[in-house]
Ligand binder design. Structure first.
Ligand SMILES: Cc1cc2nc3c(=O)[nH]c(=O)nc-3n(C[C@H](O)[C@H](O)[C@H](O)COP(=O)(O)OP(=O)(O)OC[C@H]3O[C@@H](n4cnc5c(N)ncnc54)[C@H](O)[C@@H]3O)c2cc1C
Ligand code: SF4
Length: 323
């Protein structure tokens, strides 16, 4: 890890001031808990001249419950989110995912916004400056070749945040503030399938909050990781399932850790109206295997991560169905 280069830190009190600061200094970045950004800065991957600390912006720090649903501010910590009674009872996948992120010390400062805007990861990228220099860097940062797929011109670094798939299966939308005002989009639309530029945020835009609908089906989240105590997902899966009269009324499966973006499994509507029996679970397994695209970006093999994602999806769906 390198020493941090000299930089300035600003502590705006409201969203407008934060966005104005970001707009005025090209080489600035928002920082919340800093548990991802500071690591990347110490590795020489990011070198902002100005950090805009969002933790003093009151509007970002609350969880509020209304009849229309729940609004989770972007600077709400993961510990706060997991401990929120409304979240742990009504939106179980979100609480389970938050509890599975890093260690208790990280979760006490790491935020929802920082987790959703987490950089993508790869064993050739999340390394010290000297390690990357010795390997001529890579396509994602400062180099010209991807060491994972040297023939291509695409970065396959995996998005490895735990919260996104959980919030996606709950039907989350996000609100974004920027120089041109506010916009609200489904969370899934925040992400692009590109390990080098996986966030569809315009310059200066800031994630304000997450909205969850008032009614969400039962849900759950699980991940496989190298170290059980603290680790990013090699594959992480969230499932929400509503059953009616013994058949599937709604099924959503969210995936992380395998592709450059977290995503909702396509074609789950084909399960609606049918029982979730052994045949359906086998079909779900195949569907996951077909749609995940793990590459050699972690120490675990790509095929292991593919099979693990499929097994988790099958297991979680069966658990929610009570079989
Ligand atoms: C040892 C270790 C283990 C970890 N394990 C996990 C894990 O298991 N699962 C996991 O998901 N993560 C893990 N992490 C990564 C990190 O701790 C979490 O993802 C955390 O939630 C990041 O939140 P933060 O507030 O600290 O983000 P920061 O580091 O403050 O920010 C991360 C990125 O988001 C941007 N950002 C922050 N807030 C906003 C906003 N409101 N709008 C726009 N951009 C914003 C920042 O500019 C930065 O690019 C781990 C980290 C460490 C060091
Ligand atoms: S997938 Fe390739 S370009 Fe992307 S971080 Fe890894 S080595 Fe670099």
């Amino acid at each position: 890890m390198s020493e941090l280069a000299p930089l300035r830190v600003a502590r705006p009190r409201d969203v407008e001031a934060a966005v104005a600061l970001r707009r005025a200094e090209n080489q600035s970045r928002y920082i919340a808990g800093g548990t991802d950004l500071i690591v990347n800065m110490r590795r020489g991957i990011r070198r902002p001249k100005l950090l805009i600390d969002l933790t003093g912006v009151e509007e970002l720090g609350d969880v509020s419950v209304t009849q229309r649903g729940v609004r989770i501010g972007a600077a709400v910590t993961l510990a706060q989110l997991a401990a929120e009674p409304d979240v742990s009872t009504r939106y179980r996948a979100a609480a389970e995912a938050a509890e599975a992120i890093a260690g208790p010390g990280h979760r006490s400062v790491a935020t929802v916004g920082g987790n959703l805007c987490l950089d993508t990861r790869c064993i050739y990228y999340n390394q010290s400056e000297w390690w990357r220099r010795a390997n001529h860097y890579c396509l994602k940062h400062a180099g010209t070749v991807c060491h994972v797929a040297p023939q291509g011109k695409r970065c396959h670094a995996a998005y490895s945040g735990d919260l996104a798939p959980a919030l996606m299966v709950l039907g989350a939308e996000i609100e974004i503030a920027g120089p041109d005002g506010h916009r609200r989009i489904p969370l899934a639309d925040l992400y692009a399938d590109n390990g080098r530029a996986h966030l569809k945020l315009m310059p200066g835009e800031l994630l304000l909050c997450v909205h969850l609908p008032a009614a969400a089906p039962p849900s759950t989240y699980a991940k496989v990781r190298l170290r059980g105590a603290i680790d990013f997902p090699l594959a992480g899966v969230a499932v929400s399932l509503a059953m009616a009269d013994g058949t599937v009324a709604a099924l959503r499966v969210g995936l992380t850790g395998t592709n450059p973006r977290p995503f909702l499994l396509a074609e789950t509507e084909s399960f609606v109206g049918r029982p979730l029996d052994a045949d359906a679970l086998a079909r779900l397994d195949k569907l996951v295997q077909k749609q995940v695209q793990p590459m050699r970006t972690t120490l675990a093999s790509a095929n292991y991560r593919r099979l693990a994602a499929a097994a988790l999806a099958r297991r979680l769906a069966a658990r929610l169905a009570g079989i």
